[in-house]
Each structure stands twice: as C-alpha cells, then as structure tokens.
Design a protein around this ligand. Structure first.
Ligand code: 0RA
Length: 644
C-alpha cells in the first residue's frame, strides 16, 4: 500500500509562519497525505502523472503561442527535467502575498483542480492539479526561470521553499526566455521511480499531434534513448500515423474552427478495415469514454453521408439509410476540442459532458465535411459504398450470430471440454484462470485449489480480434470456449446476472508472447465485455520473474526493482538467480505458492483505462500488413511488456 499515513514535512523552515504560509503548508500536507486524490495513484501511473503535469504547463505556453519547444530529460538517477522556451514563469511580486509569482505557482494548490470548482484554462492542465502538487510529492524540486536576460531560481523540499526566489545569473543576449523544471519524486510516496520510456513517449507523441507546430524532445539518459516529436499536420498527421499500416481510401479530410469561444478540430480518413478507430480529446486529454463531442461528430458523419448519398443517388429510392455503425466501418478519426470550462463525467473522468459541444461539433464537422464530399466525389462514393457493404455484411453477420448464439444456448449445459471447472457453484467466490498454452494449463490444473478455482487453457494465439468481425470471432473455438465459460454472453447480449466467476484472471508468461496474448485478450474484453471490466471482475495474475537463492533461503521476486533492492542488500553473500521465462518452468506447487494462492499472490485489477490502453497498443500492433508489426515487436521486445 502507498504510504499515506502522516508524513512529516522535514526541512520546513522554523521561523514563525504567517497565515499565508500556514495555508500553503496545509495544502502541501493534504497532497502528501492523500496523493491518490491528486494524481490518481502512487504506482507507476501516478509517477508518470508527475511528468505529464509538468509537461502540461509547457504545453499551455505552446497553446498560448509563446513556446515551440519542450525538452524532457530523464537522467541516470531518475531526475526529470522539463524545459520550455516560453515566456518563463513570472517572478515579480504577487501583490496579495508579497511573494514571487513563481513561489505562488509552485506552492499554492490551484483552484480548479480535479476537485475544485470550475475554472480550467483552455489548456491541457487538466491533468489538473497544478505543478504545486508535483512539488509537494517531490523529494526536491528546482525551478529555474529565464526572463529578460536573467536567471532566477528557487528550490523546494517536499514542496517547502528553501529560501526566496533568487537571481542566480544571466543568460546570453539573443537566447530565448523559458522555464526549466527539475525534480526528483519522493520515494516515501512512490512505489517506484522507474519511468517507462514507451509510456511517456506515447503520451508525448500524442501531445505533439494535438499541438500543431510544437516540438517535443525526449531524452532518456538511463538507456540512451531519444525521441523527437514534431507534426506539421497536427491531427491530420495523427490519423496518418494511426493508418500507417492500413490501406487507406483517400487523403485525410481536415477541419478546424473556433466557435463561440471554443475550438474544434477533426481529421478523418477511411481505410479498408472493418473496425473504427476514433479517438477524442478535450483540452488534450484523451476522453476514452467519449461524450458530447463524440456524439456530435457521429451525428454529423451519419447525417452528412446520408444527405450526400440521397442527393447524388448513390443510395437509391427505397434503400434504407446508412446507420451510424455503417458509416463508421473502417473509419479512423481524431476529434480534438478545446474549451475553457470542460465538464467531465464518468468513473474515469474521461467523458466530456458539455452539452453545447454536441451542437458545435456537429455544425463544424457537418458543414466542412459536406463541402469536402461535394469537391471529392470519387472519395465520397467510395466511402458511401463501403457503408452500404457494411450494412449488408452486418445483416448477414446478425443472422450468423443469431445462429451461433442459439446454438450455444442449446449447448449451454455443456461447458467447453477444456474447462477444468471448480466444484463451488457460487459465482461470488469462484474464479476462472485463463491460461495461455496447454502445458501451463496442465500445471495450473494441478496446482489450483479445485474448490473455487477453474482453469481454462487457451491454445496459443487466439485469433486477431482487430481484423475480424464479431460474428467471425464467435465462430472461433477459443473465443467461444471463453464466452461459454464466463457465461455472460457478449456485446449487447451481455448479461452480468449470468456471470459464473466473480474473478476472471488472465495468466500468461512474462515474455513478449505473453504480453501479446494479454493485449489480445484485454482488447477482446474491452470491446465485447466492457461491463466485466467496469465492475472490476477482470484481473491479471502476476507470476514471479525470478527465484533467488541466498544461502539456503529461497525467495520469489516479482519485478526488476525488487531484484535490484535484494542485490543491494546482499552485496557480499552468494546469490543464485533463476529467471522464469514461462509459467511452464514452474511446477504445480510453485505456481500455486507464487501466483494462485490468495494468501500470497498479487492480482492486478484491470481498469477501463488499462484495457483502452491495450486496445490502442493493439491498434498500433495489428495493422493489416505483417512486416511493420514484426519490426515493432522486435525493436521493442525489451519493453513489450504491458504495464498492466
Ligand atoms: C503565467 C503568465 C505568463 C507565463 C506563465 C504563467 C508561464 C508558466 C509556465 C509554466 C511552465 N512554463 C511556463 N511558461 C510561462 C506570462 C507572463 C508574461 O506576460 O510574460
């Protein structure tokens, strides 16, 4: 568990405090006492959040048109530095408090954070709590401002200023102003300080797509990796990127327009795929649960395509109109809106609620798309034709699905042959392990507690969910076994009342193939059994990575960080290390002891965000062409383990 008990603010200055300082201290203490309230968690996710928060500040400056370069460096000691070439945080005295504006920014919790009332800026700062929360959660923080030829600096420990803002030098005339933020996360708070390059890089790429003209440089000195993101085309580049392994039907359509104080941007490009990949953003935050901007976008798409099709007789009299679903087959799109006062809903706070956004997006996209279709009749016809084909296929699919579902209803008494069910019939306490591979399946069957643990072995790679339709998937034996065992059905037939196990646990190897199959399964659950995840029934088992023998004592180790710690503690003794590559390398007793026994094991509960992330990774991994995917897996093999 995170260390959420009272944390003493050591290093606090000892002179008498005035009311203002007391308020600041109370604010910092609140953050340290409940870090989760401010940054979500104290695991790797929360750690990354610190970086995003600081980078967001630089992005704000870029969105204001004052900065065009942000550089993020992680040095060998996990010290993060974020610099931008904006105006520099003001350092002049704040009239009410008599303090430097920099100190106020760095120490005062800002109104309008996640839990305050209202008042976000039109900026990405929604991650939202302000840099002062990052400061409070950092062992130390150092802010340097370049303004008007001078360098100013203030340092902090666990959020507490170590003296006033001081002028510390000059910078060469002609060079740009800016802000440099350096910090070291507090190990008393965070379970890990080992940043993941790929996770950070993915988000930086996204930020660069969403902020046209901005360059983001990322240097990781720990493993000598660098990445630079700059996209001339903004969201248009984003859809090109998403489609880079797909066959596209046309050059992207793009629209951007201010409307009533808000700003709307969208890019669209159809591909030969069956699925749609539509990503929506509000103030640069990925709204994974959609919301009003998505609804407006979909309405515009369906209406505009149908209007065009009727007017130009692509749809004949008597033909049924295209449904929303028909118009989305093969669609790749980005919808990005900026608004001064976003309202977020839903559990993950990733659903936009502002009602005016529906009308505004619908108007902006509808009008521009209508014009584009008129000017691109070849493309227009092709897109609509694809919709018509989709409608036909969907009808055929519905019939096939009815057949499958009816068939499996008849078969419902006969659970899949490969399922080793548990004896307990009470779903509340029953769990299902989904195990990759027949041999690991065998080990799990022997190692389990058969009273409440059921095992379903899956044969190798289940099929590529991304590329096939639901009806095709339902004909896949592995998938059907999975669905029957869980009991709930899928898609709009999903019924939680029939859930047969309250915990569905994915157990796969700690290697690239294991990560792959886990991504596949998460994608499947994300797309077809969403409520299962939303209600917290989906888990990932955590088998150990190593067995360490120190003297006579054996110990299982679950991650590299723990291994490192153990090494440090036992510098001199004999240290035998066995690496587990697969579940199959453990015997049944070991598997029970380390991974299945509720008294020892750790299970990771899958959240909707995890699954959405997997779905996205999947999107990237699974284009239609094989070679790029293979390349990706090879170059990223070391990092291919999902952080879920
Ligand atoms: C408030 C006012 C001004 C700049 C900034 C904040 C600012 C904040 C951050 C945070 C990271 N980088 C930043 N760069 C600028 C404008 C002050 C002026 O008018 O010069």
């Amino acid at each position: 568990m995170p260390k959420q008990k009272d944390v003493e603010l050591d290093n606090a200055p000892t002179e008498n405090y005035n009311a203002d300082q007391i308020q600041v201290l109370e604010g910092l203490e609140a953050v340290r006492r409940r870090p989760g309230m401010y940054i979500g968690s104290t695991d790797i996710r929360g750690l990354h959040h610190l970086v995003f928060e600081v980078v967001d500040n630089g992005i704000d400056e870029a969105l204001a048109g004052k900065a065009d370069l942000i550089t993020i460096t992680i040095d060998e000691d996990n010290i993060v530095s974020v610099s931008d070439n904006g105006r520099g945080i003001p350092v002049d005295l704040h009239p009410q408090t008599g303090k430097s504006a920099l100190e106020v920014v760095m120490t005062k919790l800002h109104a309008g954070g996640k839990f305050g009332g209202g008042g976000y800026k039109v900026a990405s700062g929604l991650h939202g709590v302000g840099v002062s929360a990052v400061n409070a959660l950092s062992e130390w923080f150092e802010s340097t401002v370049r303004r008007e030829g001078k360098l100013y600096r203030q340092t902090y420990k666990r959020g507490v200023p170590q003296g006033d803002v001081k002028e510390v030098g000059k910078y060469p005339a002609g060079e740009r102003s800016g802000t440099i933020q350096r910090f070291f996360p507090d190990k008393q708070i965070f379970k890990t300080i080992d940043y993941k390059f790929d996770v950070l890089a993915q988000r930086f790429r996204e930020m660069a797509f969403l902020t046209k003209g901005l360059t983001i440089k990322f240097l990781d000195e720990r493993e000598d990796r660098t990445a630079t993101f700059y996209f001339e085309g903004g969201v248009t580049s984003f859809v090109r990127y998403l489609n880079k392994n797909r066959k596209v039907l046309h050059a992207p359509f793009h629209v951007s327009a201010p409307i009533e104080g808000n700003y709307i941007e969208a890019a669209i490009q159809y591909t030969t795929d069956y699925n749609d990949s539509v990503y929506t953003f509000a103030n640069n935050i990925n709204t994974v649960d959609g919301g009003t901007h998505l609804t407006g976008f979909r309405t515009a798409l369906t209406r505009t395509l149908n209007d065009y099709a009727r007017r130009n007789k692509v749809l004949k009299e008597g033909d049924p109109a295209l449904t929303g679903e028909d118009t989305r087959e093969g669609l790749t799109a980005i919808v990005s809106v900026k608004l001064p006062e976003p309202q977020f809903e839903s559990q993950t706070k990733a659903k936009l609620g502002n009602a005016e956004m529906k009308t505004q997006v619908e108007a902006v996209v509808g009008e521009a798309l209508g014009e584009w279709l008129e000017e691109h009749s070849r493309e227009a016809r092709e897109i609509i034709q694809k919709g018509i084909t989709a409608a036909r296929a969907r009808e055929a699919a519905r019939q096939a699905r009815d057949l499958v579902i009816r068939k499996s209803a008849l078969e419902s008494l006969s659970l899949p042959g490969k399922l080793a069910d548990c004896s307990l019939r009470d779903a509340e306490n029953a769990e299902l392990y989904i195990v990759e591979g027949a041999s690991a399946g065998g080990t799990a069957k022997e190692g389990r507690d058969r009273k409440f643990q059921a095992i379903l072995p899956l044969r190798g790679k289940i099929m590529n969910v991304e590329k096939s339709r639901l009806d095709k998937m339902l004909q896949n034996e592995e998938i059907r076994a999975l669905i029957t065992a869980i009991g709930t059905g899928v898609g709009n037939q999903f019924d939680m009342a029939n859930l047969r196990y309250s915990r569905v646990i994915l157990m796969s190897d700690a290697d690239v193939d294991g990560a792959h199959i886990r991504t596949l399964l998460l994608t499947f659950f994300f797309r077809y059994m969403t409520p299962l995840i939303e209600h917290g029934h989906l888990y990932i088992a955590q088998p150990p990575l190593y067995k360490v023998k120190i003297g006579k004592e054996e110990q299982y180790v679950y991650d590299d960080h723990a291994l490192e710690e153990l090494r440090k503690k036992n510098k001199n003794g004999r240290f035998d290390l066995q690496r587990y590559k697969g579940l199959g390398e453990m015997n049944p007793e070991q598997l029970w002891e380390t991974t299945m026994n509720p008294e020892n094991r750790t299970l990771l509960q899958v959240t909707i965000e995890d699954a959405a992330e997997a779905d996205r990774t999947f999107d990237m991994l699974m284009g239609n062409e094989v070679p790029p995917r293979k390349r990706f897996i090879q170059t990223h093999a070391k990092n291919a383990k999902l952080d879920v």
